[in-house]
Design a binder for this molecule. Structure first.
Ligand code: ZN
Length: 509
Protein backbone atom coordinates (compact mmCIF):
# COMPACT_ATOMS: atom_id res chain seq x y z
CA UNK A 1 0.00 0.00 0.00
CA UNK A 2 1.43 3.44 -0.90
CA UNK A 3 2.00 5.76 2.06
CA UNK A 4 -0.83 8.16 2.89
CA UNK A 5 -0.62 11.62 1.36
CA UNK A 6 -0.75 14.53 3.77
CA UNK A 7 -4.32 15.19 2.61
CA UNK A 8 -5.30 11.62 3.50
CA UNK A 9 -3.54 11.89 6.86
CA UNK A 10 -5.40 15.13 7.52
CA UNK A 11 -8.74 13.48 6.71
CA UNK A 12 -7.93 10.53 8.98
CA UNK A 13 -7.06 12.89 11.81
CA UNK A 14 -10.26 14.89 11.33
CA UNK A 15 -12.38 11.73 11.12
CA UNK A 16 -11.06 10.70 14.54
CA UNK A 17 -11.87 14.15 15.90
CA UNK A 18 -15.35 13.73 14.45
CA UNK A 19 -15.78 10.51 16.44
CA UNK A 20 -14.72 12.29 19.62
CA UNK A 21 -17.10 15.16 18.79
CA UNK A 22 -19.88 12.58 18.43
CA UNK A 23 -19.16 11.33 21.97
CA UNK A 24 -19.05 14.90 23.33
CA UNK A 25 -22.37 15.75 21.68
CA UNK A 26 -23.96 12.69 23.26
CA UNK A 27 -22.99 14.01 26.71
CA UNK A 28 -24.83 17.25 25.91
CA UNK A 29 -27.91 15.44 24.60
CA UNK A 30 -28.05 13.24 27.69
CA UNK A 31 -27.64 16.25 29.97
CA UNK A 32 -30.79 17.80 28.56
CA UNK A 33 -32.85 14.62 28.32
CA UNK A 34 -31.95 12.14 31.06
CA UNK A 35 -29.16 13.21 33.42
CA UNK A 36 -30.27 13.55 37.05
CA UNK A 37 -29.79 17.06 38.47
CA UNK A 38 -27.20 15.75 40.89
CA UNK A 39 -24.93 14.90 37.97
CA UNK A 40 -24.54 18.50 36.84
CA UNK A 41 -21.10 19.25 38.25
CA UNK A 42 -19.53 15.98 37.15
CA UNK A 43 -21.04 16.39 33.69
CA UNK A 44 -19.76 19.95 33.45
CA UNK A 45 -16.25 18.65 34.21
CA UNK A 46 -16.61 15.87 31.64
CA UNK A 47 -17.84 18.27 28.96
CA UNK A 48 -15.11 20.76 29.81
CA UNK A 49 -12.49 18.02 29.44
CA UNK A 50 -13.94 16.90 26.09
CA UNK A 51 -14.07 20.49 24.84
CA UNK A 52 -10.43 20.94 25.81
CA UNK A 53 -9.32 17.68 24.21
CA UNK A 54 -11.14 18.43 20.95
CA UNK A 55 -9.79 21.95 20.77
CA UNK A 56 -6.20 20.91 21.56
CA UNK A 57 -6.17 18.13 19.03
CA UNK A 58 -7.72 20.23 16.30
CA UNK A 59 -5.45 23.23 16.81
CA UNK A 60 -2.16 21.45 17.45
CA UNK A 61 0.80 21.92 15.13
CA UNK A 62 0.37 18.55 13.46
CA UNK A 63 -3.07 19.54 12.11
CA UNK A 64 -1.58 22.83 10.88
CA UNK A 65 1.35 21.03 9.25
CA UNK A 66 -0.85 18.49 7.44
CA UNK A 67 -3.23 21.24 6.32
CA UNK A 68 -0.45 23.43 4.90
CA UNK A 69 1.19 20.46 3.18
CA UNK A 70 -2.13 19.33 1.72
CA UNK A 71 -2.76 22.84 0.43
CA UNK A 72 0.71 22.82 -1.13
CA UNK A 73 -0.01 19.45 -2.82
CA UNK A 74 -2.75 21.34 -4.67
CA UNK A 75 -6.26 20.33 -5.66
CA UNK A 76 -8.41 20.97 -8.70
CA UNK A 77 -10.47 24.11 -8.23
CA UNK A 78 -14.04 23.35 -7.15
CA UNK A 79 -13.19 19.69 -6.41
CA UNK A 80 -14.28 18.11 -3.14
CA UNK A 81 -10.65 18.11 -2.06
CA UNK A 82 -10.34 21.85 -2.67
CA UNK A 83 -13.65 22.57 -0.93
CA UNK A 84 -12.68 20.38 2.02
CA UNK A 85 -9.35 22.17 2.43
CA UNK A 86 -11.09 25.54 2.26
CA UNK A 87 -13.60 24.52 4.97
CA UNK A 88 -10.88 23.10 7.23
CA UNK A 89 -8.68 26.16 6.73
CA UNK A 90 -11.58 28.38 7.81
CA UNK A 91 -12.26 26.31 10.92
CA UNK A 92 -8.59 25.95 11.77
CA UNK A 93 -7.71 29.63 11.46
CA UNK A 94 -10.63 30.50 13.70
CA UNK A 95 -9.91 27.83 16.30
CA UNK A 96 -6.21 28.58 16.69
CA UNK A 97 -7.13 32.11 17.70
CA UNK A 98 -8.94 30.79 20.79
CA UNK A 99 -6.76 29.78 23.75
CA UNK A 100 -7.51 26.29 25.01
CA UNK A 101 -8.13 27.61 28.52
CA UNK A 102 -10.89 29.86 27.21
CA UNK A 103 -12.55 27.07 25.21
CA UNK A 104 -12.42 24.70 28.14
CA UNK A 105 -13.75 27.24 30.58
CA UNK A 106 -16.62 28.09 28.20
CA UNK A 107 -17.57 24.41 27.90
CA UNK A 108 -17.50 23.96 31.67
CA UNK A 109 -19.24 27.24 32.57
CA UNK A 110 -22.03 26.73 30.05
CA UNK A 111 -22.64 23.21 31.33
CA UNK A 112 -23.02 24.63 34.86
CA UNK A 113 -25.07 27.56 33.59
CA UNK A 114 -27.61 25.24 32.02
CA UNK A 115 -28.66 23.88 35.42
CA UNK A 116 -28.72 27.36 36.95
CA UNK A 117 -30.91 28.63 34.10
CA UNK A 118 -33.33 25.68 34.41
CA UNK A 119 -33.75 26.39 38.13
CA UNK A 120 -34.00 30.18 37.71
CA UNK A 121 -36.66 29.70 35.06
CA UNK A 122 -38.60 27.25 37.22
CA UNK A 123 -38.44 29.66 40.16
CA UNK A 124 -39.03 32.69 37.95
CA UNK A 125 -35.97 34.50 39.26
CA UNK A 126 -33.71 36.38 36.86
CA UNK A 127 -31.54 37.45 39.81
CA UNK A 128 -30.46 33.79 40.28
CA UNK A 129 -29.22 33.66 36.69
CA UNK A 130 -27.73 37.16 36.41
CA UNK A 131 -24.22 36.48 37.87
CA UNK A 132 -23.82 33.47 35.57
CA UNK A 133 -24.93 35.49 32.57
CA UNK A 134 -22.45 38.20 33.48
CA UNK A 135 -19.66 35.63 33.51
CA UNK A 136 -20.71 34.13 30.17
CA UNK A 137 -20.90 37.56 28.55
CA UNK A 138 -17.36 38.27 29.72
CA UNK A 139 -16.13 35.00 28.21
CA UNK A 140 -17.99 35.77 24.97
CA UNK A 141 -16.39 39.18 24.70
CA UNK A 142 -13.03 37.44 25.14
CA UNK A 143 -13.96 35.03 22.36
CA UNK A 144 -14.88 37.94 20.07
CA UNK A 145 -11.63 39.74 20.81
CA UNK A 146 -9.55 36.63 20.17
CA UNK A 147 -11.38 35.90 16.91
CA UNK A 148 -10.86 39.49 15.85
CA UNK A 149 -13.25 42.12 14.53
CA UNK A 150 -13.23 45.60 13.10
CA UNK A 151 -14.64 47.27 16.19
CA UNK A 152 -17.96 45.39 16.41
CA UNK A 153 -17.59 42.38 18.71
CA UNK A 154 -21.01 41.14 17.71
CA UNK A 155 -19.70 40.61 14.14
CA UNK A 156 -17.20 38.07 15.42
CA UNK A 157 -19.85 36.21 17.45
CA UNK A 158 -22.39 36.21 14.61
CA UNK A 159 -19.78 34.84 12.20
CA UNK A 160 -19.49 31.70 14.35
CA UNK A 161 -23.08 30.77 13.45
CA UNK A 162 -23.56 32.48 10.10
CA UNK A 163 -20.18 32.59 8.39
CA UNK A 164 -19.70 35.64 6.22
CA UNK A 165 -22.66 37.62 7.57
CA UNK A 166 -22.17 40.94 9.38
CA UNK A 167 -24.27 42.71 11.99
CA UNK A 168 -24.92 45.56 9.54
CA UNK A 169 -26.16 43.15 6.85
CA UNK A 170 -28.48 41.48 9.32
CA UNK A 171 -29.86 44.84 10.42
CA UNK A 172 -30.59 45.72 6.78
CA UNK A 173 -32.52 42.56 5.93
CA UNK A 174 -34.34 42.66 9.26
CA UNK A 175 -35.53 46.18 8.48
CA UNK A 176 -36.94 44.88 5.18
CA UNK A 177 -38.80 42.12 6.97
CA UNK A 178 -40.14 44.52 9.59
CA UNK A 179 -41.35 46.97 6.94
CA UNK A 180 -43.16 44.16 5.17
CA UNK A 181 -44.71 42.77 8.37
CA UNK A 182 -46.10 45.92 9.93
CA UNK A 183 -48.76 46.59 7.24
CA UNK A 184 -49.75 42.92 7.34
CA UNK A 185 -50.21 43.05 11.11
CA UNK A 186 -52.45 46.05 10.61
CA UNK A 187 -54.59 44.10 8.10
CA UNK A 188 -54.78 41.17 10.55
CA UNK A 189 -55.77 43.40 13.47
CA UNK A 190 -58.66 44.76 11.45
CA UNK A 191 -59.53 41.41 9.86
CA UNK A 192 -62.05 38.74 10.76
CA UNK A 193 -61.06 37.31 14.17
CA UNK A 194 -59.85 33.73 14.27
CA UNK A 195 -60.96 31.46 17.11
CA UNK A 196 -58.22 29.03 18.13
CA UNK A 197 -59.86 27.72 21.31
CA UNK A 198 -60.20 24.27 19.73
CA UNK A 199 -56.42 23.86 20.08
CA UNK A 200 -56.69 24.32 23.86
CA UNK A 201 -59.10 21.48 24.52
CA UNK A 202 -57.75 18.45 26.36
CA UNK A 203 -55.51 16.27 24.18
CA UNK A 204 -54.14 13.09 25.73
CA UNK A 205 -50.37 13.54 26.13
CA UNK A 206 -49.35 10.10 24.95
CA UNK A 207 -51.58 10.29 21.89
CA UNK A 208 -50.13 13.72 21.04
CA UNK A 209 -46.65 12.21 20.96
CA UNK A 210 -47.81 9.22 18.90
CA UNK A 211 -49.53 11.46 16.36
CA UNK A 212 -46.55 13.83 16.18
CA UNK A 213 -44.18 10.93 15.50
CA UNK A 214 -46.57 9.51 12.90
CA UNK A 215 -46.48 12.89 11.09
CA UNK A 216 -42.69 13.19 11.38
CA UNK A 217 -42.38 9.76 9.77
CA UNK A 218 -44.80 10.69 6.96
CA UNK A 219 -42.75 13.79 6.19
CA UNK A 220 -39.59 11.74 5.91
CA UNK A 221 -37.82 11.71 9.29
CA UNK A 222 -36.16 8.31 9.46
CA UNK A 223 -36.66 6.69 12.88
CA UNK A 224 -34.18 3.97 11.93
CA UNK A 225 -31.56 6.72 12.03
CA UNK A 226 -33.09 8.91 14.70
CA UNK A 227 -35.25 9.04 17.81
CA UNK A 228 -37.37 11.47 19.79
CA UNK A 229 -37.17 12.18 23.55
CA UNK A 230 -38.48 14.81 25.96
CA UNK A 231 -36.57 17.99 26.90
CA UNK A 232 -37.27 21.26 28.73
CA UNK A 233 -36.22 23.25 25.68
CA UNK A 234 -36.75 21.19 22.51
CA UNK A 235 -33.75 20.86 20.21
CA UNK A 236 -32.21 18.59 17.61
CA UNK A 237 -28.80 17.05 18.11
CA UNK A 238 -27.27 15.33 15.13
CA UNK A 239 -24.59 12.94 16.34
CA UNK A 240 -24.05 11.57 12.86
CA UNK A 241 -26.07 11.26 9.64
CA UNK A 242 -27.10 7.85 10.92
CA UNK A 243 -28.06 8.91 14.47
CA UNK A 244 -30.10 12.09 14.87
CA UNK A 245 -31.80 12.95 18.16
CA UNK A 246 -34.87 15.20 18.21
CA UNK A 247 -36.72 16.31 21.36
CA UNK A 248 -40.08 17.76 22.28
CA UNK A 249 -42.32 18.74 25.17
CA UNK A 250 -46.02 18.13 25.52
CA UNK A 251 -48.87 20.16 27.02
CA UNK A 252 -52.34 18.65 27.38
CA UNK A 253 -54.11 21.92 26.64
CA UNK A 254 -52.00 23.18 23.73
CA UNK A 255 -52.04 20.89 20.72
CA UNK A 256 -49.48 22.80 18.57
CA UNK A 257 -46.75 22.54 21.26
CA UNK A 258 -45.73 18.93 20.70
CA UNK A 259 -47.13 18.57 17.19
CA UNK A 260 -45.67 21.64 15.48
CA UNK A 261 -42.57 21.40 17.70
CA UNK A 262 -41.96 17.85 16.50
CA UNK A 263 -42.39 18.85 12.86
CA UNK A 264 -39.92 21.68 13.45
CA UNK A 265 -37.28 19.46 15.02
CA UNK A 266 -37.91 16.75 12.44
CA UNK A 267 -37.13 19.40 9.80
CA UNK A 268 -33.76 19.95 11.46
CA UNK A 269 -33.37 16.19 11.75
CA UNK A 270 -34.09 15.52 8.07
CA UNK A 271 -31.33 17.99 7.17
CA UNK A 272 -28.87 16.09 9.39
CA UNK A 273 -30.05 12.76 7.96
CA UNK A 274 -29.76 14.15 4.43
CA UNK A 275 -26.04 14.84 4.27
CA UNK A 276 -24.34 12.96 1.47
CA UNK A 277 -23.30 9.44 2.64
CA UNK A 278 -20.08 9.79 0.68
CA UNK A 279 -19.16 12.71 2.97
CA UNK A 280 -19.57 10.63 6.16
CA UNK A 281 -16.85 11.39 8.73
CA UNK A 282 -15.37 14.18 6.60
CA UNK A 283 -15.41 17.94 7.16
CA UNK A 284 -17.98 18.31 4.36
CA UNK A 285 -20.68 16.42 6.27
CA UNK A 286 -22.51 19.16 8.14
CA UNK A 287 -24.83 22.14 7.87
CA UNK A 288 -23.88 25.16 5.77
CA UNK A 289 -24.92 27.44 8.63
CA UNK A 290 -27.51 27.80 11.35
CA UNK A 291 -29.75 29.87 9.07
CA UNK A 292 -29.71 26.96 6.63
CA UNK A 293 -30.55 24.64 9.50
CA UNK A 294 -33.45 26.81 10.56
CA UNK A 295 -34.67 27.17 6.98
CA UNK A 296 -35.31 23.43 7.00
CA UNK A 297 -37.16 23.31 10.34
CA UNK A 298 -39.32 26.31 9.55
CA UNK A 299 -40.09 25.16 6.03
CA UNK A 300 -41.53 21.89 7.32
CA UNK A 301 -43.17 23.37 10.41
CA UNK A 302 -44.84 26.37 8.81
CA UNK A 303 -44.86 26.36 5.04
CA UNK A 304 -45.86 22.68 4.99
CA UNK A 305 -47.24 21.92 8.48
CA UNK A 306 -49.49 24.96 8.64
CA UNK A 307 -50.66 24.77 5.02
CA UNK A 308 -54.16 24.03 3.86
CA UNK A 309 -53.02 21.13 1.69
CA UNK A 310 -51.31 19.51 4.70
CA UNK A 311 -54.44 19.65 6.84
CA UNK A 312 -56.66 18.50 4.01
CA UNK A 313 -54.56 15.34 4.11
CA UNK A 314 -54.09 14.89 7.87
CA UNK A 315 -57.10 16.43 9.58
CA UNK A 316 -59.28 13.29 9.41
CA UNK A 317 -56.43 11.37 11.03
CA UNK A 318 -56.07 13.97 13.76
CA UNK A 319 -59.80 13.80 14.55
CA UNK A 320 -59.56 10.02 14.62
CA UNK A 321 -56.61 10.05 17.09
CA UNK A 322 -58.58 12.16 19.59
CA UNK A 323 -62.08 10.69 19.42
CA UNK A 324 -64.78 13.33 19.86
CA UNK A 325 -62.42 16.17 20.82
CA UNK A 326 -62.56 17.92 17.43
CA UNK A 327 -65.87 16.47 16.18
CA UNK A 328 -67.50 19.91 15.84
CA UNK A 329 -64.54 21.59 14.13
CA UNK A 330 -64.25 21.32 10.33
CA UNK A 331 -60.96 21.42 8.46
CA UNK A 332 -61.51 25.03 7.40
CA UNK A 333 -61.97 26.17 11.02
CA UNK A 334 -58.98 24.09 12.09
CA UNK A 335 -56.79 25.55 9.33
CA UNK A 336 -57.66 29.08 10.48
CA UNK A 337 -57.09 28.12 14.15
CA UNK A 338 -53.63 26.65 13.55
CA UNK A 339 -52.72 29.90 11.75
CA UNK A 340 -54.13 32.23 14.38
CA UNK A 341 -52.00 35.37 14.65
CA UNK A 342 -51.63 37.07 18.00
CA UNK A 343 -48.71 38.84 19.65
CA UNK A 344 -47.51 36.43 22.33
CA UNK A 345 -44.82 36.11 24.96
CA UNK A 346 -42.97 32.96 24.00
CA UNK A 347 -40.84 32.88 20.84
CA UNK A 348 -41.02 29.14 20.19
CA UNK A 349 -44.80 29.27 20.20
CA UNK A 350 -45.16 32.49 18.20
CA UNK A 351 -47.17 32.45 14.99
CA UNK A 352 -45.48 32.90 11.63
CA UNK A 353 -46.31 36.59 11.34
CA UNK A 354 -45.04 37.79 14.72
CA UNK A 355 -42.17 35.29 15.05
CA UNK A 356 -39.48 37.51 13.54
CA UNK A 357 -40.36 40.36 15.90
CA UNK A 358 -39.20 38.17 18.81
CA UNK A 359 -35.87 37.79 17.04
CA UNK A 360 -35.46 41.49 16.37
CA UNK A 361 -35.87 42.09 20.10
CA UNK A 362 -33.14 39.61 21.00
CA UNK A 363 -30.84 40.83 18.22
CA UNK A 364 -31.04 44.39 19.53
CA UNK A 365 -30.60 43.43 23.20
CA UNK A 366 -27.66 41.15 22.45
CA UNK A 367 -25.81 43.85 20.55
CA UNK A 368 -26.18 46.16 23.54
CA UNK A 369 -25.17 43.45 26.02
CA UNK A 370 -22.06 42.53 24.07
CA UNK A 371 -21.15 46.18 23.56
CA UNK A 372 -21.69 46.77 27.29
CA UNK A 373 -24.26 49.54 26.80
CA UNK A 374 -26.90 47.42 28.57
CA UNK A 375 -26.13 46.07 32.04
CA UNK A 376 -27.17 42.48 32.83
CA UNK A 377 -29.26 43.59 35.80
CA UNK A 378 -31.33 45.83 33.50
CA UNK A 379 -32.29 43.01 31.11
CA UNK A 380 -35.80 42.32 32.49
CA UNK A 381 -36.75 45.96 32.14
CA UNK A 382 -35.21 46.33 28.67
CA UNK A 383 -36.93 43.10 27.60
CA UNK A 384 -40.32 44.38 28.70
CA UNK A 385 -39.80 47.71 26.94
CA UNK A 386 -38.95 45.99 23.66
CA UNK A 387 -41.88 43.55 23.99
CA UNK A 388 -44.12 46.55 24.38
CA UNK A 389 -42.54 48.29 21.39
CA UNK A 390 -42.63 45.30 19.01
CA UNK A 391 -45.61 43.28 20.17
CA UNK A 392 -47.63 45.59 22.39
CA UNK A 393 -47.56 43.22 25.38
CA UNK A 394 -45.61 42.99 28.64
CA UNK A 395 -44.40 39.70 30.15
CA UNK A 396 -45.95 38.99 33.57
CA UNK A 397 -42.79 37.18 34.70
CA UNK A 398 -39.12 36.62 33.84
CA UNK A 399 -39.88 32.98 33.09
CA UNK A 400 -42.15 34.16 30.27
CA UNK A 401 -39.74 36.96 29.43
CA UNK A 402 -35.96 37.06 29.41
CA UNK A 403 -35.52 33.56 30.93
CA UNK A 404 -37.56 31.71 28.33
CA UNK A 405 -34.73 30.74 25.98
CA UNK A 406 -31.82 28.39 26.62
CA UNK A 407 -29.32 30.23 24.38
CA UNK A 408 -27.78 32.69 26.79
CA UNK A 409 -27.05 29.90 29.28
CA UNK A 410 -25.01 28.36 26.46
CA UNK A 411 -23.20 31.66 25.79
CA UNK A 412 -24.67 31.56 22.31
CA UNK A 413 -24.68 35.28 21.68
CA UNK A 414 -25.07 35.91 17.95
CA UNK A 415 -27.22 32.80 17.42
CA UNK A 416 -30.70 34.35 17.55
CA UNK A 417 -30.51 36.26 14.23
CA UNK A 418 -30.16 32.94 12.41
CA UNK A 419 -33.77 32.09 13.31
CA UNK A 420 -35.13 35.02 11.32
CA UNK A 421 -32.55 34.61 8.56
CA UNK A 422 -33.59 30.95 8.33
CA UNK A 423 -37.24 31.93 8.23
CA UNK A 424 -36.54 34.22 5.28
CA UNK A 425 -34.52 31.50 3.60
CA UNK A 426 -37.29 28.91 4.10
CA UNK A 427 -39.68 30.97 1.96
CA UNK A 428 -37.01 31.69 -0.63
CA UNK A 429 -36.05 28.01 -0.95
CA UNK A 430 -39.67 26.87 -1.13
CA UNK A 431 -40.46 29.34 -3.92
CA UNK A 432 -37.45 28.06 -5.82
CA UNK A 433 -38.37 24.41 -5.20
CA UNK A 434 -41.91 24.86 -6.59
CA UNK A 435 -40.61 26.75 -9.61
CA UNK A 436 -37.98 24.18 -10.46
CA UNK A 437 -39.79 20.88 -9.89
CA UNK A 438 -43.37 20.50 -11.08
CA UNK A 439 -43.89 17.22 -9.19
CA UNK A 440 -43.60 18.88 -5.76
CA UNK A 441 -46.95 20.62 -5.62
CA UNK A 442 -49.10 17.63 -6.72
CA UNK A 443 -47.14 15.59 -4.16
CA UNK A 444 -48.08 17.98 -1.36
CA UNK A 445 -51.74 17.78 -2.37
CA UNK A 446 -51.81 13.99 -2.02
CA UNK A 447 -49.59 13.90 1.08
CA UNK A 448 -46.50 12.62 -0.69
CA UNK A 449 -43.51 14.58 0.59
CA UNK A 450 -40.84 12.61 -1.25
CA UNK A 451 -40.58 15.05 -4.20
CA UNK A 452 -40.04 18.03 -1.90
CA UNK A 453 -37.64 16.13 0.36
CA UNK A 454 -35.80 14.88 -2.70
CA UNK A 455 -35.34 18.42 -4.00
CA UNK A 456 -34.09 19.58 -0.59
CA UNK A 457 -31.73 16.59 -0.38
CA UNK A 458 -30.14 17.39 -3.72
CA UNK A 459 -30.01 21.15 -3.46
CA UNK A 460 -29.67 21.91 0.25
CA UNK A 461 -28.69 18.83 2.29
CA UNK A 462 -26.11 17.07 0.14
CA UNK A 463 -23.90 20.10 -0.56
CA UNK A 464 -23.22 19.99 3.19
CA UNK A 465 -20.42 22.38 4.11
CA UNK A 466 -19.00 22.79 0.60
CA UNK A 467 -20.10 26.42 0.33
CA UNK A 468 -20.50 29.42 2.59
CA UNK A 469 -24.19 30.12 3.27
CA UNK A 470 -24.19 33.18 1.01
CA UNK A 471 -22.64 31.16 -1.82
CA UNK A 472 -25.06 28.28 -1.35
CA UNK A 473 -28.08 30.62 -1.43
CA UNK A 474 -26.82 32.09 -4.71
CA UNK A 475 -26.14 28.65 -6.18
CA UNK A 476 -29.63 27.40 -5.33
CA UNK A 477 -31.75 30.52 -5.82
CA UNK A 478 -29.64 32.51 -8.28
CA UNK A 479 -29.80 35.52 -5.95
CA UNK A 480 -28.69 36.52 -2.45
CA UNK A 481 -30.80 36.05 0.66
CA UNK A 482 -33.91 38.20 0.33
CA UNK A 483 -36.83 39.22 2.53
CA UNK A 484 -39.20 39.39 -0.45
CA UNK A 485 -40.27 35.74 -0.75
CA UNK A 486 -41.15 35.62 2.96
CA UNK A 487 -43.17 38.83 2.75
CA UNK A 488 -44.94 37.61 -0.44
CA UNK A 489 -45.74 34.27 1.20
CA UNK A 490 -47.06 35.77 4.45
CA UNK A 491 -49.15 38.43 2.72
CA UNK A 492 -50.78 36.00 0.34
CA UNK A 493 -51.51 33.40 3.03
CA UNK A 494 -52.73 35.66 5.81
CA UNK A 495 -54.80 38.03 3.71
CA UNK A 496 -56.78 34.99 2.69
CA UNK A 497 -57.16 33.83 6.28
CA UNK A 498 -58.10 37.19 7.73
CA UNK A 499 -59.89 39.09 4.95
CA UNK A 500 -63.09 37.64 3.50
CA UNK A 501 -62.73 39.34 0.09
CA UNK A 502 -59.46 37.51 -0.42
CA UNK A 503 -61.07 34.18 0.12
CA UNK A 504 -62.78 31.85 -2.27
CA UNK A 505 -64.50 29.49 0.08
CA UNK A 506 -64.92 26.76 -2.47
CA UNK A 507 -61.19 26.68 -3.05
CA UNK A 508 -60.54 26.42 0.66
CA UNK A 509 -62.93 23.55 1.29
ZN1 ZN B 1 -35.04 25.37 15.07
Amino acid sequence: MPPMSDYESLLARLAELGHLGHAAALLGWDQQCYMPHGGALARANAMGAMGKLLHERFTDDETGRLLSNAEAEGAEEGSDQALTLRAVRRDYDKSVKLPTALVSSLARETALAHEIWVKARQENSFAQFAPTLEKLLGLSRDVADHLGHGGCRYDALLDQYEPGMTTAQVATVFAEVRDGLLPLMEIIREGEPVDNSCLKRGFDDKTQLQFAEYIAKKLGFDFERGRQDMAVHPFCQGLHRTDVRITTRVETHWLPGALMGTIHEAGHGMYEQGFDPKDDDTPLSGAASLAFHESQSRLWENIIGRSRTFWNVFYPGLQHHFPGVLADVDVHQFYRAINHVEPSLVRVEADEVTYCLHIFLRFELEQELVAGTLAVKDIPEAWSAKMEQYLGITPPSDALGCLQDVHWSGAMFGYFPTYALGTMLSAQLFEKALASDSTIEPGLVRGDYAPLLGWLRTNVHQPGRRYLPGELTERICGEPLSAKPLIRYLHSKYREIYVAEHRDRKRIL
